[in-house]
Design a protein around this ligand. Sequence first.
Ligand SMILES: Nc1nc2c(ncn2[C@@H]2O[C@H](COP(=O)(O)OP(=O)(O)OP(=O)(O)O)[C@@H](O)[C@H]2O)c(=O)[nH]1
Ligand SMILES: [Mg+2]
Length: 396
Amino acid sequence: MSSALNALKIRRKKNVKKGIQFCLMVCGASGTGRTTFVNTLCGKQVLEGKDADDAANAHLEEGVRIKPVTVDIAELELDDEGTRISLTIVDTPGFGDQIDNEARHVDLAYKQQRFGEIVGYLERQYDDILAEESRIKRNPRFRDNRVHVLLYFITPTGHGLRELDIELMKRLSPRVNVIPVIGKADSLTPAELAESKKLIMEDIEHYRIPVYNFPYDIEEDDEDTVEENAELRGLMPFAIVGSEDFVEIDDRKVRARQYPWGVVEVENPRHSDFLAIRSALLHSHLADLKEITHDFLYENYRTEKLSKSVDGASQSGHDSSMNPEDLASQSVRLKEEQLRREEEKLREIEIKVQREIAEKRQELLARESQLREIEARMQREQQSQGNVNEAANGEA
Ligand SMILES: Nc1nc2c(ncn2[C@@H]2O[C@H](COP(=O)(O)OP(=O)(O)OP(=O)(O)O)[C@@H](O)[C@H]2O)c(=O)[nH]1
Ligand SMILES: [Mg+2]
C-alpha cells in the first residue's frame, strides 16, 4: 500500500517536473515562416532551417518526414506560478508553389499525397491512444502524441484564401483545432493586412471551415472570458512576425527584424499578433484546446472508427462535422447496438448449449433403453438356456 502511494507521489513529482504536455503542429506553404515562428515561440532554435531539413530528409519515405520535436519551455515563466510546458512541435513539409502555377494536372496526386501525410499523422496519434485504451495492461511509457492545435500559415498575398488553403483546412479541421495565421505579416502594409484578414475570414465563413474560433457563450461564460475570446477572435487570422535576431531598442534587446527603413518588433502588438497567439496557445487557451482535442475531435474519430468496424459500409460515410449532441447520441446508439449484438450472441450460445444437452439426454435415454433391451434379451436367453438344460437332464 505505502509503496503504491510512494510510486504515485513520485509519478506526480515527475509530472510536475515534466510540465504540462502540449502539442503544436505548423503547416503551410514553403517559406511562410513556420520554422522561424517556432524558434521565436520557444525562444531558442528548436527547428533547423530549410537546408538541413530538406536535404537530410529528402530520401525518407513520406510520413516519416513528419517528426515531432519536444522542448521544455519552463524558463519562460508563462504565468505567476511559472507553468512548465513540455511543448511538442510538429513541423510538416511545406508545399511548393507549383500547385498554383503550371502543374495543375499533376496537382491532384501531389495534393492528395501531401494532405494524406498530414491527416495520416494526426489520425495515427488517435489510433495509438485507441489501441492503448483497449489494452488490459497499460504501457507505463506510453506517450500521448495527439496534436492539440495546428497553426495554418497562410501566404501573405494580401488576398483571401487560395483553393489549396480551403481544401486543406477543410480536411484538417475535423481532426485538429485549426487556427489560421498569416505568415510573414510584415510583408503587408497595415491596410493590406486588415483587408486580407477580412477576406480570409469571409472565405472561412463562406466555405464553412470549422476553424478554432475561441468559442464562448455570452450567457454561460464570465465577462472576462467573453471579452478575451471575442478579442482573440477579432484578431483572426493572426498576423505572425518571427525573427531569429535581436535589435537594441532603448537599451533593451528585443526580438525584431531590422530593415533599412526601420525595425519590426515581434512582441509589439502594433507590429504583429505574436504575443496574443503565444499567450493564447501557451497560457489562456491551452486547456481548452486540449479538452476539445480529447472530448470532441478524438471522440469523433473514435466513434467513426468504431462505427466502421461495427457495421462497415452503412456507417462509414457519415458527416464528421456533426455537432457534439449528435455525436454523443450516436456514440450511445453505437454502444447500445454493440450490447444488443453481444446479448444476441450470448442467447444463441445458450440455445445451442441447451440443444446439445437435450441431444445428449436423448442419446443417454436411447442407450439406457438399448441396455435394458440387451439385459432383457440376455435374461430371456439365459432362461431359455436353462429350460433346454432342464429338458436335457430330464431325458437323461
Ligand atoms: N519578412 C519576414 N520574413 C520572415 C519572417 N519569418 C521568416 N522569414 C524569412 O522567410 C524565410 C523562410 O522562413 P522559414 O522560417 O524557413 O519558413 P518555413 O515556412 O519554415 O520554410 P520551409 O521550411 O522552407 O518551407 C527566411 O528567409 C526567413 O528569414 C517574417 O515574419 N517576416
Ligand atoms: Mg521550415
